[in-house]
Ligand binder design. Structure first.
Ligand SMILES: *[C@@H]1O[C@H](CO)[C@@H](O)[C@H](O)[C@H]1NC(C)=O
Ligand SMILES: *[C@@H]1O[C@H](CO)[C@@H](O)[C@H](O)[C@H]1NC(C)=O
Ligand SMILES: *[C@@H]1O[C@H](CO)[C@@H](O)[C@H](O)[C@H]1NC(C)=O
Length: 414
């Protein structure tokens, strides 16, 4: 299951801290020398480094003594109330003779928002996470992406292993994504995607198991071919997605959807095979086919549909001499109904298990009735026998009483 948590507490603490320090963060770790970062909409105060307190100072912006409208100089500091993007620039302070004391580049932006994150495994070995920032911050931004494997209470002893925590490696080719390799299919993971900029950081936590986020890539190499002299059939074949490792323990199943090009509703069929025979195609019509894949044991979700492939059944009636020979071997004629197809055809195989189940069910019901009749009969017999034996004991008691009375002296009876 997926669950989301965001580390809002950290942002609140940070923004409070930033407020106190008048929204300014010095650069350094952000790579640009002489840059100060301020928060949009907050009051920003610039100090004049190198200016002695009490001395007369002049502030300039981009070399000119024209400052933003409501800027104010207080005790040598430059105050920019409720800074806007238009207040950005290179600010410099000068002494009374106009000599440059220091200068700073002011950049304004916002605190990072909590990014929205989703993770997906296209196979059972590796998974990737993708995120989108929720706020346009206007500032240089970095992401720290880590994971931690979570354990059930009984698993304490495995907690120390170093592979239980790690970096989700950023993918230089795909910004805003990272990959964890050699993931454990049955484990729970907690992802932490932290967005950082000079003003603060904000993180999103995401809990999931790899099986829940499994979504294979679509199957590849889809082909649709007519079946010689079968005007209602199309043979469709495809391959496993190349990102799915070949391993007998992790198989895929597939679903196929197809329709005549001019129709809008799809027919659908599911199979574990990498080929399928459509037996209810429309003669002489172009058909469009797509296939998608899912873990054989229903983990995760279905892949996206593959690209479309097109095909048309043979027109059937006219048979070339070479096809006559094939037709003689295959007990199949153009007029034949799909239900008469030989048993080894996959589609005929679809109805087979159903029939078997039906037969099994009716056999079971029959056996149940027979058993019930036998039980009822046995019960009746038992009741009867019990009655018999009761009557027998009763007779016996009566008899012994009479004997007893006979044995007593007459005087006692009277
Ligand atoms: C999983 O990631 C590792 C390391 O990046 C890579 O060697 C391997 O091929 C990947 N496995 C699959 C199935 O893509
Ligand atoms: C998420 O990762 C960031 C950066 O590594 C870290 O500072 C933060 O404490 C982590 N948050 C949680 C809840 O683990
Ligand atoms: C899978 O397809 C192959 C070739 O198309 C066929 O020989 C085989 O019987 C099919 N298997 C099943 C289980 O349908």
């Amino acid at each position: 299951m997926l669950s989301l948590v965001s580390c809002i507490g950290r942002v609140v603490v940070l923004s409070a801290a930033v407020l106190v320090t008048t929204s300014i963060t010095m650069s350094g770790e952000w790579g640009e020398e002489g840059v100060m970062y301020g928060q949009l909409g907050k009051d920003v105060t610039l100090q004049c480094a190198g200016g002695s307190p009490g001395s007369v100072l002049e502030w300039r912006r981009n070399g000119a003594p024209v400052l933003p409208e409501d800027a104010a100089v207080q005790q040598g500091q430059l105050l920019l109330p409720r800074a806007e993007l238009s207040s950005e620039g290179i600010y410099s302070c000068h002494d009374a003779r106009g000599l440059l004391l220091s200068s700073v580049t002011l950049r304004l932006g916002r605190l990072p928002g909590v990014p929205s994150v989703s993770c997906r495994a296209s196979n059972y070995e590796n998974f990737s996470c993708f995120w989108t920032p929720s706020t346009d911050t206007f500032l240089p931004t970095r992401y720290i992406t880590t994971y931690r494997k979570k354990f059930r209470p009984g698993d304490e002893r495995r907690r120390s292993q170093s592979s239980d925590e790690g970096l989700c490696l950023l993918d230089p080719a795909h910004p805003h994504s990272c990959t964890v390799s050699k993931a454990q299919f049955w484990s729970s993971y907690r992802m932490n995607v932290t967005e950082m900029n000079p003003l603060g950081s904000s993180c999103r936590l995401l809990d999931f198991t790899v099986q829940a986020i499994l979504k294979p890539d679509p199957p590849e190499g889809l082909r649709v071919e007519p079946v010689p002299s079968a005007p209602r059939r199309l043979r469709v074949s495809w391959e496993y997605p190349s990102t799915w490792p070949n391993e007998p323990h992790f198989q895929l199943k597939f679903r196929l959807q197809y329709r005549p090009v001019m129709h809008s509703s799809w027919s659908m069929v599911e199979t574990a095979n990498v080929s399928e025979l459509i037996t209810d195609a429309f003669m002489g019509l172009e058909h469009v086919v797509q296939v998608s894949a899912r873990d054989f044991l229903d983990a995760g979700s279905w892949s996206e549909w593959s690209h479309e492939a097109w095909g048309m059944p043979t027109l059937g009636q006219t048979m070339a001499p070479s096809e006559v020979a094939t037709a003689a071997i295959e007990p199949e004629s153009p007029a034949e109904e799909p239900s008469l197809a030989p048993n080894n055809e996959p589609v005929a195989g679809h109805s087979d298990p159903l029939e078997k189940v039906a037969v099994l069910v009716s056999l079971g019901v029959f056996a149940f009735f027979v058993l019930a009749v036998i039980l009822v009969f046995a019960f009746l017999m038992w009741i009867r026998m019990k009655k018999h034996s009761k009557e027998a004991t009763k007779n016996h008691d009566l008899l012994s009483a009479t004997i007893h009375m006979k044995a007593l002296p007459k005087a006692q009876i009277l």
